[in-house]
Design a protein around this ligand. Sequence first.
Ligand SMILES: [Zn+2]
Length: 225
Amino acid sequence: MIGDFISLIFPEVCIHCKTTLFKGEKQICTNCTSDLPKSVGSNVGFNLLNKFILFPKVTEAHSYLAFSKKGIVQSLLHQLKYEANQDIGIMIGRWFGADLKEAGFKTELILPVPLHISRLRTRGYNQSDLFSEGLSESLGIPWTNQLVKRTKKTLTQTKKGRIERWENVEKIFSVMDHSTINDKDVTIVDDVITTGATLNSCVQAVSDSGARSISVLTIAVANPK
Ligand SMILES: [Zn+2]
């Protein structure tokens, strides 16, 4: 009853179009949900495999949504990263997880790409942990943020050429316990993929610690092809 009373005074609005939400709608209205930039005719989203050609162990790589400036995905990511709206991350993970499950996606362990400790302290949470949590619920597969650690902050990449940029993110991750990953089909999870440099660095660490195969899942891709 108190919840109903509060929502009468401060009605919840859609995080993107700001219309008042109906009962049963959460965070994002039905219209915006049906407008989500998903890959047409595919339950596994946008194929990212061409960003991981250096690592033959990467057998699947998919992004749920396509990012565009001022679009719904930008609103979702802004809420998730800068407005402490943690439920958004879990919700998107559940949605994508349900689609992937229907498509027959298989994995044994979900590993979010960790934030650097200083970033984690400022934000208070890792958005990729939340996405992992939602995926884990829908897929019925465990996730952990205790295995992969970030040892370095990524240096600024804006003024560097493509090759330098890749060198720049080399060895910024390490795997704490190889035996847990060894011979397993694992999934690495991140919020957004742009060049793929950070994810490739994480893939390298996980690949070196003996994973049998690696899948990569992200919420959004900046330039879907
Ligand atoms: Zn809306």
